[in-house]
Design a protein around this ligand. Sequence first.
Ligand code: HEM
Length: 456
Amino acid sequence: TAVRSIPAPQGLPVLGNTLQIPAHAPAAFLEKLAAEHDEGIYQLDLLGRRVLFVSDPDLVAELCDETRFYKGIDPPLSIVRDFAGDGLFTAHHDEPVWGHAHRILMPAFSQRSMKAYFPQMLEVAQELAAKWAVSDEVSVADDMTRLTLDTISLTGFDYRFNSFDSPELHPFLQAMGRALTEAMLRNRQLPLVTKLKKRREEAYRADILTMQELVDDVIRQRRAAGRSGTKDLLGLMLEAADPRSGERLSDENIRDQVLTFLIAGHETTSGLLSFALYNLLRNPHVLARAYAEVDRLLPGDTVPTYDTVMKLDVIPRILEETLRIWSPIPAFAVKSFEDTTVGGYPVREGQPAVVLLPPLHRHPKAWDRPEEFDIDRWLPENRAGHHPAAYKPFGNGERACIGRQFALTEARLALAVILQRFAISDPDAYRMEIKQTLTVKPDGFTVRVRERKPYE
Ligand code: HEM
């Protein structure tokens, strides 16, 4: 069969297409290129690496075949390894420690564990509600970040950030935001240039240290408490052995995992919740259905239970549709085990191929009215007709998100609590501005909140 040639926009010698990518908005640029290439695949030369960018669902289906492709750890993920090390997210695919940690931690993400975390998830959601009850305008992304950071740290590590007590975001978050941004910038920088920027390097190292100090404090507090048998993330990491190999995690690996979970466990869910509120404000008929659902399941000042959250139907579909239109993680990358072709296009062994989620999730081949926010796509009878590879907000295969159920349980509860108690509006009609720090979020999005009912 004929080998097809992959569209490749012209670049410069040595630097290739690198400098065409805007430093602070790579995702938007890559998405624009996808729109310009109907083939659903194109190639960029990034500092000598020929990287494929794929958004056609049939091609993505091939890339999701784990017998042919594995998760690639290239820039920016290889740079994130500066602070997340061998943690689950950034572990190389052939590292045995990935399997040890994956099997040790799986029980902490079972449905049963979600039920066990519920009281703590509720406690943090109620702190958000308490703050909003005395607020007028709230900064959505900041408060969602407080909510999700406090939730993962309390449920996973029994550690309290108490983020709602403070008008400033915790120093850990500032360090993390800067470090992730730096990893994104270094992705398009020659290593030589990175070396020359001494001041940036110092600031980067200082931010990493700030994050590591917090991680050490989390572990120290647990050891000082001297409780054994705790089945949260940290308890499992400190005490459990891999059921297959009998291996335990090293102290260094535990540090990598704690930092990984502190970041991966809040940054994306915070984006999801922020985008969800945005979508609700843009689609008042859906907002009305969500209010009707919470009024039915949570009348008056009923306190939500785990069972209430399991009974929700409209809110979970709002979240699924939000993840389609706005994926907090806009891409993931795989590599081929050997020279091959994908849809007739040649792919070399080890060549990075990036799955671009925004154009995949709106691909006309897979989605009717792709730009429309339509939660009924997620009714059981409509799901059956979905293209099998056109929706990948949590990644793929064994390297897919371990925290998916955690994120969805937490986000369902948070939206239910918010809608039960508050009328939300945005009198200034916010226009979407994406801020990217590897993950994407709405920037400067504020909403007005009013209590729906008087509480004692
Ligand atoms: C992996 C998305 C929430 C922990 C991933 C990946 C995606 C993703 C796309 C795969 C990345 C890749 O292939 O390079 C999301 C989204 C979330 C979310 C959209 C929220 C809406 C969470 C939460 C946790 C978490 C709450 C922890 C409690 C992880 C970890 C991995 C991962 C540890 C690496 C898994 C592995 O490779 O073994 N996530 N995530 N995520 N996520 Fe999530």
